[in-house]
Design a protein around this ligand. Structure first.
Ligand code: SAM
Length: 336
């Protein structure tokens, strides 16, 4: 590389948080593109309608715990193209569907053919009674990356538009405090961490939309006892994992320190446990059904396969569910 090119790269290098913000949400950003997230990767929402069914069940249980209010809200935070919002609305029992007010909170434009009952907004509504649900939102809240340098000091990693990284200054202030509390790094050069502070703040702000009810965040997650030593920052493009290039051509994502996001009274579960409590399990249907009702058997087998994918160890089943109750007890909502 020539010195000129080096100088140019250094001139545009910035922290990963700022670079990701522009790459995902700037005017030409990845999430502004017409194909939407589903054009590049599958979430639990796309894997099976059982997922929306479980969220609808959770909302119905919450509605009962809230005493069947005149209006119960469902807020889909980071709604993509409204796939979960639409499917939850369809899966609700009529007595809840008649009272539900449904919001899709999303930075991208409203899809043209969306159900008119869905309110499309760029920020959450304020003071709702009901359920706010954020599936794979927090992993797309941009974060800075730090790497331990040769002198044993964690330095902010700077990145240019080609994805080339250079070390920046040492971390101080609230970011250093966050690292010390939630992701302490040893002195070995090359260790990396992602500073989750913007996600803690984003989650606290979104959950504050709920006056009474429940806020749930579901994501790839890790906890303080098992942080990945080199971080998890990566990219996705057209169904494939790729290098994270901050040029708007791919998704840029990193697993979420969900324990740091958790507020007072919150619980952390695996997706396997949460979906199990909501009636989604991967067991095979009884063989006897194959002869008594072959059609029902095939249908049950399909459901079992989809449930297995949603709850698979090493896959979607290991996702974290952060459940943040506001003025309701959590246990009855998760009683099997
Ligand atoms: C990985 S996608 C998940 C989409 C959907 N929830 C699903 O599970 O299929 C994350 C979505 O969050 C949206 N998003 C990110 N930050 C947001 C914010 N501050 N407010 C609203 N939407 C946001 C992105 O535009 C993107 O559509």
């Amino acid at each position: 590389m020539t010195n000129d090119k080096e100088a140019q790269r250094t001139a545009v290098a910035r922290g990963w948080r700022e670079a990701t913000e522009a790459a995902l949400y700037g005017p030409q950003g990845f999430y502004r593109r017409p194909e939407g997230p589903a054009g590049h990767f599958r979430t639990s929402v796309h894997a099976s309608p059982l997922y929306a069914g479980a969220v609808a069940r959770l909302l119905s249980r919450l509605d009962a715990a809230l005493g069947h209010p005149d209006e119960v809200a469902f807020v889909d935070m980071g709604a993509g193209r409204g796939e979960l919002t639409t499917a939850v609305l369809a899966a609700l029992p009529p007595e809840v569907a008649a009272r539900v007010r449904v919001y899709a909170v999303e930075l991208a434009e409203r899809p043209a053919d969306l159900d008119p009952r869905i309110e499309w907004r760029s920020t959450p509504p304020v003071g709702v009674t009901g359920l706010l649900f954020a599936n794979e939102w927090l992993d797309n809240v941009p974060v800075d990356v730090v790497e331990v340098a040769a002198d044993g000091v964690p330095r902010r990693v700077l990145v240019d538009g080609d994805g080339a990284e250079t070390p920046g200054g040492p971390v101080d202030g609230p970011d250093a405090e966050w690292l010390a509390r939630w992701w302490p790094l040893g002195p070995e050069p090359g260790l990396r961490a992602e500073i989750g502070r913007p996600r803690d703040e984003a989650w606290a702000s979104a959950a504050a939309a709920v006056k009474r009810g429940l806020a749930v965040a579901v994501d790839y997650a890790h906890t303080r006892d098992a942080r990945p030593p080199f971080g998890t920052l990566t990219g996705f493009r057209e169904g494939r994992e790729t290098a994270p290039l901050p040029d708007g051509s791919c998704d840029i994502t990193a697993h979420v320190a969900l324990d740091a996001c958790a507020g007072d009274g919150a619980a952390l579960l695996t997706q396997r446990a949460a979906l199990g409590a909501l009636g989604v399990r991967g067991g095979r249907p009884p063989l006897a059904l194959a002869s008594s009702d072959p059609t029902a058997y095939v249908r049950a087998l399909t459901r079992a396969g989809e449930a297995a994918e949603l709850t698979a160890p090493g896959g979607l089943g290991d996702f974290g569910w952060l459940l943040q109750p506001v003025g309701v007890a959590l246990d009855p909502l998760l009683a099997e």
